[in-house]
Ligand binder design. Structure first.
Ligand code: HEC
Length: 204
């Protein structure tokens, strides 16, 4: 019937206008979402419903702040941590540190361990990176860790692969104490991290 075909054309035009309108709205909505990075803050690390920390991902693309090695050779064969340690900070907390010179609530630091591989290469004798061996994390959070000294909690995913997928926080005496007693700034060993020292505001 002519009447019904006119109706279907009208319906089709209405649907097309509707789709175009939707695309327009979505395109406009996309702009502020893409710019609204701070909203993603909570997702730097994830916890299980019972409070365990899931192994962080993507941290090798965070800001590298320093590295240390305390080899057995220099510690009578009994180094506490006889590997390389590479330390990273999540990018937004780094940006905040550059402005404020302190660690904001929500700061996540990762310490990734690697074995000592070769002790000699074409440039001479030394300590050269072996394989990844372990992972540790510290997080400052005044709500979640309000009972921890300095509001810092510490997590160890192990010193041997395969690492744990999720872990509970370590006991306060096992980690927090040494950091509280010996770290230069707010439980963090900034004395070892030249990237952080150079980034801090000059007045500090
Ligand atoms: C005997 C002292 C001592 C103890 C105990 C200790 N740490 Fe540390 N930690 C250090 C030192 C020193 C550094 C500086 C970097 C390096 O040398 O590895 C450090 C660095 C770190 C960092 C990098 C960020 C920062 O705060 O400087 C993390 C994360 C970390 N330790 C986690 C842990 C965890 C998890 C435990 C407990 C399982 C632990 N630590 C126990 C001495 C200690």
């Amino acid at each position: 019937m002519p009447g019904s075909s006119r109706t279907s054309v009208t319906t089709m035009v209405t649907v097309l206008i509707g789709i175009a309108g939707l695309i327009f709205i979505l395109a406009r909505a996309g702009a502020p979402i893409a710019g609204a990075e701070p909203a993603a803050r909570g997702a730097v690390v994830e916890f299980t419903p019972d409070g365990k920390l899931k192994q962080p991902v993507g941290y090798r693309q965070w800001i590298y702040v320093g590295a240390s090695v305390t080899p057995n050779d220099l510690n009578g064969g009994k180094a506490l941590f006889p590997e390389f340690h590479a330390i990273y900070i999540d990018p937004e907390s780094f940006a905040d540190y550059k402005e404020a010179g302190k660690f904001r609530d929500g700061t996540v630091l990762v310490k990734e361990l690697s074995s000592i591989g070769s002790k000699e290469t074409t440039s001479g004798k030394g300590y050269f990176l072996g394989d990844f061996t372990g992972l540790a994390v510290s997080i400052k959070d005044s709500k979640r860790f309000k009972d921890e000294p300095g509001n810092w909690a510490y997590f160890s995913f192990g010193h041997k692969y395969p690492l744990e997928a999720e872990v509970s926080k370590s006991p306060t005496f096992a980690c927090n104490k040494c950091h509280q007693d010996s770290a230069k700034q707010d439980w963090v060993f900034t004395q070892n991290y030249n990237v952080l020292r150079a980034a801090a505001p000059r007045s500090k």
